[in-house]
Design a protein around this ligand. Sequence first.
Ligand SMILES: [Zn+2]
Length: 424
Amino acid sequence: MEVLFHDEEGDYIHATILKKDIVKYREILQEGKLFEIKNFMAATNYYVYKITQHEFMIKFNYKTQVKEIHSIGFPLKMFRLKSFISLEDPADVNDKELIDVIGRLIEIYNPMDKIIGGKATRLIDFQIEDNAENTLTCTLWNGHVSSLMPYYNSDSKEPLIVVIQCCRAKVVSGEVRITSSYDATKLWFNEDFEEFLEFKSKLKFENTLMRSLSTDTLHSHSTGISDFKNASVIVTNCYDLKKIQEDGEYYVAAEILGLDCEDGWYYVSCMSPDCNKKLKEDGGSLICTKCHKPYTQGTVRYKVVVIALDKSGDVPLLLWDREVAELVGIPASILYQKYKEVDVEVPPELDAIVGMKMLFKIGFKQALKRGNNYPFNVLRLVKEEQLLKTYSDRFVEHQEQDLMSRMIEEETNTNANSEVRISN
Ligand SMILES: [Zn+2]
């Protein structure tokens, strides 16, 4: 049992109770009450994920005595709230520290089930806003998802204020996010504690409606559909994309016509988490181009150039590991292992992505462009059916043929390399 105490001066300390002693304290210790504690040990605060930055922590033992007391004027601080501003800069974020945040829930995304590291995982994303219109994206994992579900798709007009207690701030693709931390995290909704009342008193009432979005989440594996909901995207075509001068993000609805594996289909990346940068061979060891550290081995990741086609023309696009792995359904490292002894230029499994239709989100930087046929960098793929329907007139129509007519055609057509591509 882990307990967080604060003293009269507002300093916090973490107390830990061994399993065999929990029964002794479970009934006595209650949140928001005041206690006198005698005969405990002070030990170094050795936890990796710290509840406080205090140098020490309290350890209860068989001699410890705990008594509830009443003292007028003793401060009651239920939460240690971090301001959104203090979490703005990724450099200031310590993801090993458990913190509390308060905000008004403004958007909830639909919960998702995923397999992460071979384990079935459930998550839900939502956004909270402070009273200065700063927002934070939050993710709750597994057991915490259900605590938010009553508010998903609820039509309550009352603003929903939430405290996420003992959560962690984490940097995800350059942005600070809040995430639940196993069973340490606790959610509180519209409570009567001082912190809630103060937040409520400063609330602006014009924007109190909460949105539940039945779309994919903002997660890294997201389909990117949230951009479309915000109606702020530029959708262009293959022909126009090649003439774009202005840096920015563009969408193209196109089909993968084929793979262009002149430069191979993978790269060997750094193994340190969140780096993914290329390792360069140098004097027998592999050096990360970002961390500058030497490695003896790296991770094989996809880096595949495809030719995308729409009615306007074709354009080379560069797809990265996350996207290709999602399309192929097999991690690059497994394909690498499978074919490393065999003389195969491109694993046949990769051919599965030829013919796929989707929206490509492209990040364009003029300064990085090298020549006219330089592949455009793809940031995300969107395969949401409704959206593809919206853009269906942009795709090249292939003649739909069944097997029978195809065979007849092959017999009668002297030109075996017919221009007609078979779409199945
Ligand atoms: Zn690295």
